[in-house]
Design a protein around this ligand. Structure first.
Ligand code: S3P
Length: 462
């Protein structure tokens, strides 16, 4: 039963390792027009943060619309091990009673984050600012991901890395400090994960923690901290950056959290409808936070027929229903400065570009090399396997589209990467021949209802 799995951290681990042991191949075939209305699950970034702030707040935090994907459930399991009490009261509805800032329990077991980079990195920030020692680990993908970018600022604050695998990778044994030093930190890359880890460690600092980023990254941590009563300011820095300042040791008060639909998940049905002839769908309640809508900006510039139906505010975020119709797309040049606002959407944008007329150049994709897989290589390999003309030029990806007629017929290696899996399944819906992926298991990390929702729209999988 899913319910039991969700309420039992051991169960989550067992299910996932079982899934990893037996790859589940899946193919998507040329499908008829996609039609209907769907709502994709809650935003992954906000869901992780809702659990974490619940852990750090005394009293009961109620969450609605939580993404119940494996990544977020792993964060939930870690919160339990650090002292939170949690109960699932319905689909996407959770009650969390926190241990409270400064009062975490020492976890008795490894915090196993599975595939989740965000959960593990944000939680390193939490642990780094508390007098606890925790071991962080995950699957083969997470073990390859660079963690020094998190451990370096935490060391400046007083945390100690007692053990790490080569190159600052998991498994990592981290000893936090009861008195994190207030620091001013400039993030070396535009990364909400780095910013958030520093801010979460700084929460328990007796002073002010400042993070400066050259390019603005998603602001969910700052917003949620303010929502829970922390004193946090964010002001422009230079042309494109932000300076975020947080006063330590706030009195956090439990606040309800309503999680809007994840734009990074909505990206898949949106592009599927754009490239599948005759399609006409509505994606409901998608979060329109401008730091997350880079893909929309790009698709509109490509000539996509996407219309906003009802913009409103839900749970402190702007959301909208989007009507998406099949469109003749044209290639574009996307600036590196837009990367933070669509960092997770490049694989699916590359698929859209494969169906566009002319060349699309996506600039400044260096961070794609350190996601759940080396996404730059995985996307290029997947496109080439399906007869799409593409090239990697430094940090840029160039796709020469076939104006609505990608070939398909390939088998794509997903490298434990959910977004590679979903992107190439979407490609198969509009290709001349089916597109297969080597393993669908990881889709459950961020979008467990992907197959069901896409099938309801008319997608065909086998
Ligand atoms: C996330 C930030 C992004 C993104 C990830 C989620 C977050 O990573 O790729 O999927 O929730 O903070 P970076 O901040 O490292 O770019």
């Amino acid at each position: 039963m899913l319910w039991r799995r969700r309420n039992n951290p051991q169960g989550i681990a067992e299910l996932s390792s079982h899934a990893a042991a037996a790859p589940q191949r899946l193919a998507a075939r040329t499908s008829g027009p996609l039609r209907g209305r769907i709502r994709v699950p809650g935003d992954k970034s906000i869901s992780h943060r809702a659990f974490i702030l619940g852990l750090l707040t005394v009293g009961e935090t109620q969450i609605e619309g939580l993404l119940e994907g494996d990544d977020v459930l792993r964060t939930g399991a870690a919160c339990r091990m650090l002292g939170a009490w949690m109960e699932r009261t319905g689909e996407g509805r959770w009650r969390v009673r926190g241990a409270g800032l400064g009062s975490l329990l020492a976890p008795r077991d490894t915090l196993d984050f599975g595939n989740a980079g965000t959960g593990s990195r944000l939680m390193m920030g939490v642990v780094g600012g508390h007098a606890v020692t925790a071991r962080f680990d995950g699957d083969a993908s997470l073990r390859k991901r660079p963690m020094r970018r998190i451990l370096d600022p935490l060391a400046l604050m007083g945390a100690r890395v007692l053990h790490q695998a080569e190159g600052g990778r998991c498994p990592i044994l981290l000893q936090g400090t009861a008195e994190p030093a207030p620091i001013e930190y400039r993030t070396p890359v535009a990364s909400a994960q780095i910013k958030s880890a520093v801010l979460l460690a700084g929460l328990n600092s007796p002073g002010r923690t400042v993070v400066i980023e050259q390019e603005a990254s998603r602001d969910h941590t700052e917003k949620m901290l303010a929502h829970f009563g922390a004193k946090v300011t964010s002001e422009p820095f230079g042309e494109t950056g932000r300076r975020i300042a947080l006063e330590g040791r706030p009195r956090l008060a439990p606040r309800p959290v309503v999680v809007p639909a994840d734009p990074s998940s909505a990206a898949f049905p949106i592009v599927a409808a754009l490239i599948t002839p005759g399609s006409d769908i509505v994606v409901e309640g998608m979060m329109m936070n401008p730091l997350r809508t880079g893909l929309l900006t790009t698709l509109l510039a490509m000539g996509a027929d996407i219309v906003e139906l009802d913009r409103r505010v839900e749970g402190g975020e702007e959301v909208a229903d989007l009507r998406v119709r099949a469109s003749a797309l044209k290639g574009v040049d996307t600036p590196a400065a837009r990367a933070p606002a669509m960092i997770d959407e490049y694989p699916i944008l590359a698929v859209a570009a494969a169906f566009a007329e002319g060349e699309t150049r996506m600039r400044g994709l260096h961070e794609l090399r350190v996601k759940e897989s080396d996404r730059l290589a995985a996307v290029a390999d997947g496109l080439l396997a399906n007869g799409v003309d593409c090239a990697v030029d430094g940090d840029d990806l160039i796709v020469r589209g076939a104006a609505g007629a990608a070939q398909g017929g390939g088998l794509v290696a997903t490298h434990l990467d959910h977004r590679i899996a979903m992107s190439f399944l979407v490609m198969g819906l509009a290709s001349q021949r089916q597109v297969a992926i080597d393993d669908e298991a990881m889709i459950a990390t961020s979008f467990p209802t992907f197959r069901g929702l896409m099938t309801a729209l008319g997608a065909q999988f086998s």
